[in-house]
Design a protein around this ligand. Structure first.
Ligand SMILES: Cc1cc2nc3c(=O)[nH]c(=O)nc-3n(C[C@H](O)[C@H](O)[C@H](O)COP(=O)(O)OP(=O)(O)OC[C@H]3O[C@@H](n4cnc5c(N)ncnc54)[C@H](O)[C@@H]3O)c2cc1C
Length: 264
């Protein structure tokens, strides 16, 4: 006997109760981010693709938060691009925004051409270590947001509670998992996919490979000064509560990749 899923609800609470019944193992509260075409259109109407270019790397910059709607097909990339073009007098004003949309398309095409790259290293790590040197499983303190590194725990808690984090925060967490804790990127990618509302195997897994250096020519690393610059107003960046990140790039490089020396 086949049963059909209910698609109409009186309100959001009834929808959440229905999903909880279908998936009793899913603990925690529902994200505040709301789905549906109406919410997607409201968010699209609010974007500022011109200011995006100069501010997108900042935690409080003009990023759009459109990714869950794009991932689930509520908005097409074409529609987003056309709307952005209608917001400027010259396309050159929104170059950066269009480039980022293109990244999404690029990752989709790469994975379509090479489906096995979803979980296999595209190339060896360029960190002075081989894949066997990395742990298979994500440590529990990372999964639970209890690393003791204040800014990272804040990003992890946001990821778990809302299902969304800023691109820069994704890069920091991926770098921390792979390079600071020496865990395989696959474990981190799987963890992100469990939480992200925009969780997309192409954008996610290939970005993890980019950070890891298995799909780029060097590992991505960051320090506390960088977090302070881009997220200083939003998370705790005090050195005392972020010790492992509080160092120059030279010191970090030598500590994280001792086999490479200063050759990065
Ligand atoms: C480790 C890691 C994991 C990621 N996992 C995912 C994922 O599962 N799903 C996902 O959609 N994106 C992923 N990204 C890419 C990027 O972080 C998100 O697309 C972006 O943060 C979504 O927020 P936004 O809609 O506010 O983006 P905006 O900055 O406002 O960009 C607008 C749109 O452009 C596209 N876009 C922007 N930046 C990128 C990028 N670097 N790569 C691909 N597309 C981009 C997205 O569709 C996004 O909605 C990941 C990046 C990293 C570093």
């Amino acid at each position: 006997m086949t049963s059909t899923l209910q698609t109409c609800f009186d309100d959001r609470d009834s929808l959440i109760a229905y999903v909880k019944k279908l998936a009793p193992w899913a603990d925690g509260a529902a994200s505040q981010i709301q789905g549906g075409r109406l919410k997607a259109e409201m968010r699209l109407a609010a974007i500022n693709p011109i200011k995006y270019g100069g501010s997108r790397n900042f935690g409080d910059g003009h990023v759009t938060r459109l990714s869950p709607y794009i991932h689930h097909g509520v908005l097409s990339l074409n529609e987003v691009r056309n709307h952005a073009l209608s917001q400027c007098s010259q396309p050159v004003q929104i170059t950066k925004f269009i480039q980022e949309l293109a990244w999404r398309d690029f990752w989709q095409l790469v994975l379509r051409a090479h489906p096995h790259w979803a979980w296999a290293d595209v190339e060896p790590y360029k960190t002075g270590f081989s894949a066997q040197d990395y742990a298979d499983a994500l440590p529990a303190d990372i999964a639970e947001g209890k690393t003791g590194v204040a800014c990272l725990d804040a990003f992890i808690n946001e990821l778990i509670e809302t299902g969304y984090i800023h691109n820069h925060a994704r890069m920091y967490l991926a770098s921390y998992v792979v390079h600071y804790r020496r865990v395989k990127w696959q474990a981190g990618a799987r963890w992100f996919l469990q939480h992200l509302l925009d969780g997309d195997i192409a954008s996610n897994n290939l970005s993890w490979q980019w950070v890891a250096s298995t799909f780029s020519n060097k590992p991505y690393i960051f320090n506390l000064e960088n977090v302070e610059r881009y997220f200083g107003k939003l998370v705790d960046t005090s050195p005392a509560l972020n010790q492992p990140l509080h160092a120059t790039y030279e010191t970090l490089q030598l500590g994280l990749f001792p086999n490479l020396g200063m050759t990065l």
